[in-house]
Ligand binder design. Structure first.
Ligand code: AHR
Length: 329
């Protein structure tokens, strides 16, 4: 056979082989690892709220670990810096990129209809994680995995009922308004206050789950304001409050009762040290949970619509050093 004819045949063979190669998921990179079960890389667009707290950082890391290339995924992570508009833009970008799944940790509960309608029209399943959303059409998302924030608020209220007197002046540091975490924890407190005529909220303001804002709010309290309890809706605001109290010569956990939520490692050490009196757990390790949902969907199965994570609470009486050391976040 002539040299020229051989070259033509080789080219034809290469073209034919190329045509038979499996199609790649849009946006995937050549040479990436493949999903063990399905043999293809799965692309997940994750719209994260931001980086406002220790909890959030732990949550982001959990997602990164779960959706690693080694596990057969490509994770496109977007940090919305606590702005819903940015999350909406991120979701639209995910749709344009043709991701296989969209995972949304929503900043607030309302305002998702339009963009989730666009994801639905594009045929991309949306999985909600952490906080909930309020939409009329619940088919706009496949399912939700997260915490029962109202139950967390009720747990804090039950602890207060058991451990604190009938006359209480409460300073309430709220998370970012309109988020499920704020709504549930605030409702738990409000209901308890309504049940106890001697309990009064003497100050209430949002600190957006941010340490510096928690500190600022406590520093902004009028000097003559008297209070017995700080109900901080997350650990970082509690840390800020503790710094402000110490600066003012007030002993956190002794002169003022400190209640917090999340129960990350740093905060639990403060529970052991007596500076935080109660920390209600909010577990951020959602990565493996969301991955299980995707694995179910890949097998053509239907996940539960709502999955609540089991959580507990810690105070100085019940917490052990071993529990603190084993905290992964
Ligand atoms: O939605 C979970 C809450 O968001 C956590 O309690 C808080 O720390 C975070 O920023």
């Amino acid at each position: 056979m002539k040299k020229g004819t051989m070259l033509c045949l080789a080219l034809l063979l290469a073209l034919l082989l190329g045509a038979c190669a499996p199609a790649r998921t849009p946006g995937t990179e050549a040479g990436a690892s493949v999903h063990e079960a399905g043999g293809r890389e799965i692309v997940v667009g994750f719209s994260q709220v931001g980086a406002e707290s220790d909890w959030r950082l732990g949550n982001t890391q959990s997602m990164i670990d779960a959706f690693s290339a080694q596990n057969g995924y490509r994770l496109i992570l977007d940090d919305a810096q606590n702005k819903q508009e940015r999350q909406i833009t991120a979701i639209r970008n995910f749709i344009n990129q043709g991701v296989d799944y969209i995972v949304l940790a929503p900043t607030t509960e309302r305002g998702w209809e339009t963009v989730l309608g666009e994801a639905k029209a594009a045929g991309i399943p949306v999985i909600l994680v952490d906080r909930r959303i309020e939409v009329e059409d619940e088919d706009l998302y496949v399912c939700w995995v997260g915490s029962d924030f109202r139950r967390e608020g009720d747990a804090a209220a039950a602890w207060m009922e058991e451990h604190l007197p009938e006359e209480l002046r409460i300073v309430h540091l709220q998370g970012n308004l309109g988020s499920s975490a704020q709504i549930g924890r605030s409702e738990g407190l409000a209901d308890a206050v309504a049940r106890h005529p001697g309990w009064t909220v003497v100050f209430e303001a949002p600190g957006d789950f941010v340490q510096a804002k928690g500190q600022e709010l406590i520093e902004s309290l009028p000097e003559d304001l008297e209070y017995d309890v700080i109900y901080a809706e997350n650990d970082n605001m509690a840390f800020g409050a503790i710094d402000a109290l110490k600066k003012a010569g007030i002993r956190p956990g002794k002169d003022v009762v400190l209640l917090s939520f999340d129960a990350g490692g740093r905060a639990l050490r403060m529970v052991l040290g007596g500076e935080i009196n109660l920390d209600v757990e909010c577990n951020p390790m959602h990565g493996p949970r969301v991955r299980s949902v995707i694995e179910l969907l890949e097998r053509g199965e239907t996940p539960a619509k709502y999955t609540y994570v089991e959580e507990t609470w810690f105070d100085a009486e019940t917490l052990t050093a071993a529990e603190v050391d084993s905290r992964g976040y």
